[in-house]
Design a protein around this ligand. Structure first.
Ligand SMILES: *Cc1c(COP(=O)(O)O)cnc(C)c1O
Length: 402
C-alpha cells in the first residue's frame, strides 16, 4: 500500500519516476517474477495455524486467489499512480464496475448514473441492478450542482464518467462531489479515459475510482483487467472483501503484462496526446468533418472544465461527420490502412470506430444528418495517420462523384 499523499507536489511531479520504480516485488530483479500459484505451502503446522488465525495481510501468501507477489506489485504500482490507500484488482474493467455497484448498493437503493456512461454499465443498471431492486436515474453529463434536484430519499451513490468514452462530455466533478457530500452519498467514477495521470479523482474527493486497465494502463491490447482505488481504508476493505467473496481474481500473466505496460504509461500518454492533437488539427480543416469531440477543443461539451481540472489529453476523440449512406461509410473505413476497426482503445495502434452503427448514443445532440466516428490515435507517425484519413475521405469523394 502506498503511503504517499496525492497532495504532495513531489509525488505528482515525479510520477514518471515512480511508475518506473513502483511495484517491485523482488529487489533482486528489475521486472517482478510471475507467480503461478494456487496452492501456497506453509512451512509447518505452526505456521499453518498462525496464518489460519491471522487476518489476510500483504506480506504473506495464503492461497493464490487471495493474491501473490505479482498481483501485489501491480496493486502497489496503481497506488503509486494516484496516492490511494489500496487497489482492488479485477479480471476486467466491467468486473470492477459491476463490483462497485453490487458492493455498495442494496435492494431499495437508488443510483444516479451519468447518461454518457460506457454502454455495458448502462446495461448493468437496467438489467442486473434492476433485478436486485436497485433503481437508476440517468442524468445529463453537463449537470453540476443542479444534480441535487434528482437526489431521492433512497439515493445512495452518484456514478460519473468524464469524459464519456463515446460522446466526450466533461463532467464538473467538484460540483457533483459537493452535492454528494451534502446528501451523504457515495461517489464513484469510471476514470478509464484520463487515468490518474491526466485526472486524479481522489484529489477531487471522489470515493471510488475505477479504470479499465485494459486501455492505457496495459497499453498493448494484449490483456484485460480492471482496478478500483480509494483513499478510504474502510471502503477499500469492503470492496476487497466483496471481490474475494465473489471469487474475482486477476491471472498472473495478465498482472505481469499490466505492470509491464504501466512502466511506459507516462511517455505513451504524451505521444498519444501529441499525435491526436496533430491529427485533430488537420481534421478540423476537412470539409466532411463538422466538429470535433476532443476535450482540448472548445467544440467539446464541458471543455472549460477540462481546461480547469485535467493535466492533459490522450489519443481518444471523436469527429462528427455529415451522415452519408452506408456505401460511403464503407468506402471510408475500408480504405484506411493504418486504422483497425475494433473495440477498445489505449493500445499502441490506431483504431477507427463508426459509433452510430453499433449503439444508441443517448447523451449527445447529433442532428439527423450527422454521424459519429471515434478515433484512437496510436503511436504511428501522425503524418502517416493523416495521409491515411485523407485516403479515406478521397474514397468517399470518388464515390460521390461517380
Ligand atoms: C473498455 C471500457 C470499460 C470496460 O473495460 P473492460 O476491461 O473491457 O471490461 C469500462 N469503461 C470504459 C470507459 C471503457 O472504455
Amino acid at each position: 500500500m502506498s503511503k504517499k499523499a496525492a497532495s504532495d507536489p513531489a509525488y505528482v511531479k515525479h510520477l514518471n519516476t515512480r511508475l518506473v520504480h513502483a511495484g517491485r516485488s523482488d529487489p533482486r530483479v528489475v521486472s517482478s517474477p510471475v507467480f503461478h500459484a494456487s496452492t501456497v505451502l506453509f512451512a509447518d503446522y505452526a505456521e499453518f495455524c498462525e496464518r489460519e488465525a491471522a487476518p489476510l495481510d500483504r506480506e504473506h501468501m495464503y492461497y493464490g486467489r487471495m493474491g501473490t507477489p505479482t498481483t501485489r506489485a501491480l496493486e502497489d504500482a496503481v497506488c503509486e499512480l494516484d496516492g490511494s490507500v489500496g487497489a482492488v484488482l479485477a479480471s476486467s474493467g466491467t468486473a470492477s464496475m459491476a463490483s462497485i455497484l453490487n458492493c455498495f448498493l442494496s435492494p431499495g437503493d437508488h443510483v444516479l448514473m451519468v447518461d454518457s456512461v460506457y454502454g455495458p454499465t448502462r446495461k448493468f443498471c437496467l438489467g442486473s441492478l434492476a433485478r436486485r431492486g436497485v433503481s437508476t436515474t440517468f442524468y445529463d453529463p453537463l449537470m453540476d450542482e443542479e444534480l441535487h434536484t434528482l437526489v431521492q430519499d433512497n439515493t445512495r451513490m452518484i456514478f460519473m464518467e468524464s469524459p464519456g468514452s463515446a460522446t466526450f462530455e466533461i463532467q464538473d466533478v467538484p460540483a457533483i462531489v459537493a452535492v454528494a457530500k451534502q446528501h451523504g452519498l457515495l461517489t464513484a467514477i469510471d476514470n478509464t479515459w484520463a487515468t490518474p495521470l491526466l485526472f486524479n479523482p481522489l484529489e477531487f474527493g471522489v470515493d471510488l475510482a475505477m479504470q479499465s486497465g485494459t486501455k492505457y494502463l496495459n497499453g498493448h491490447a494484449d490483456c484485460l483487467f480492471g482496478v478500483t482505488t480509494t483513499a478510504s481504508p474502510e471502503l477499500y476493505t469492503q470492496l476487497h472483501h466483496h471481490t474475494l467473496a465473489h471469487g474475482m481474481h486477476l491471472a498472473p500473466d495478465d498482472a505481469m503484462l499490466a505492470l509491464r505496460g504501466m512502466r511506459t504509461l507516462a511517455i505513451r500518454m504524451e505521444a498519444h496526446d501529441r499525435g491526436a492533437r496533430t491529427v485533430a488539427s488537420w481534421l478540423e480543416t476537412q470539409p466532411r468533418v463538422r466538429r470535433l469531440l476532443h476535450p482540448a477543443w472548445d467544440s467539446c461539451p464541458g471543455h472549460a472544465i477540462f481546461e480547469r481540472d485535467f493535466k492533459g489529453a490522450n489519443g481518444l476523440f471523436a469527429m462528427v461527420m455529415q451522415r452519408e449512406n452506408e456505401q460511403a461509410m464503407a468506402a471510408f473505413i475500408d480504405s484506411l490502412e493504418l486504422y483497425g476497426v475494433g473495440f477498445s482503445w489505449g493500445g499502441f495502434e490506431s483504431l477507427c470506430l463508426p459509433m452510430h452503427a453499433t449503439r444508441k448514443l443517448p447523451s449527445i445532440a447529433l442532428a439527423d444528418d450527422e454521424t459519429l466516428v471515434r478515433l484512437h490515435i496510436g503511436l504511428e507517425h501522425p503524418q502517416d495517420l493523416i495521409d491515411d484519413l485523407a485516403r479515406g475521405f478521397a474514397a468517399m469523394d470518388a464515390l460521390a462523384g461517380a
